[in-house]
Design a protein around this ligand. Structure first.
Ligand code: ADP
Length: 254
């Protein structure tokens, strides 16, 4: 696969205190640079704005009101991009930020526009970093979670592969964080079937979707012929190892 969309989850991106994990980002930049050297094109979808906002203001900022959340995202998005910019600068790779709302995917003119922007960035050697525009997205125009956003992006860009990096190595028949006897599922050829047989649990503390949104993302891209891999983003060199078949992950095949 040549065109790869990689989504990085909140838990993967932040350290125990909610700060953007800069060491992690520098390892990510290393891997993306390696991919580029091998002729791959990469679009990143990154969560983590709100938690970065909390880390900036302090734990007391952890409020649930909508406007407060949106303000946190405005603060955190800058922190996040600053960290990405520095990490990728080490490899001489410029980054570009694209913030979406649901409306952007709702009509063909807008879709064409976004597609052209993505292509232009890629052609110029830039790594586009996609996120939901959380500071302006009220409920009615929300995509809601970045697994879905990543799936939309993969479809829109005609990607060859979607990789979701989470804090878990794939999907199990039930949440392994609650059940020791959970069984790992490596190859999924019928995502609807998995939905029936597996217990799809909720997200971790700061994650958004849990397994549910990951299954929905798989359905969406599989429908358009794009395979999806769910893997543990915390493992060393995970992206490179995945592509070389050296690491365990769940693969959803169309
Ligand atoms: P991210 O922030 O990376 O998107 P989430 O926290 O939203 O990640 O979702 C991953 C979490 O989903 C896992 O850490 C796990 O606790 C939970 N989970 C629930 N059900 C399952 C399942 N059947 N298989 C694997 N993980 C599951």
């Amino acid at each position: 696969s040549r065109k790869i969309v990689i989504k990085i989850g909140t838990n993967t991106l932040s350290d125990e205190n909610g700060f953007v994990n800069k060491e992690y980002l520098s390892k990510l930049a290393y891997q993306v640079n390696e991919l580029k050297k091998r002729g791959k094109q990469v679009v990143l979808v990154s969560s983590g704005a709100r938690i970065a906002g909390v880390a900036t203001l302090g734990k007391w900022a952890l409020k649930e009101e909508v406007h407060y959340k949106q303000a946190l995202c405005a603060i955190g998005q800058v922190e996040l991009m600053d960290a990405y910019r520095k990490a990728f600068f080490e490899y001489g790779i410029p980054i570009g930020q694209i913030l979406f709302t649901k409306d952007d995917f709702s009509d063909s003119y807008r879709i064409l526009n976004i597609r052209n922007t993505l292509f232009t960035l890629i052609d110029e050697g830039v790594i586009p970093i996609v996120n939901e525009n959380d500071s302006v997205s009220v409920e009615e125009i929300k995509i809601g979670d970045n697994d879905t956003l990543a799936a939309y992006t993969a479809h829109l860009w005609n990607a060859d592969l979607l990789i979701l990096l989470s804090d878990i190595d794939g999907i199990y028949n039930k949440n392994p964080k609650e059940y020791k006897d959970a069984v790992f599922i490596e190859k999924i050829e019928d995502v609807n079937h998995i939905e029936k047989i597996a217990e799809i649990g909720d997200a971790g503390s700061f994650g958004t979707g849990g397994m549910h949104t990951k299954i929905q993302a798989a359905k969406l891209v599989n429908k358009h012929g794009i395979p999806m891999i769910l893997a543990n983003g915390e493992k060393e060199n995970i992206i490179l190892n995945l592509l070389e078949g050296k690491e365990r992950a769940s693969v959803f095949l169309p």
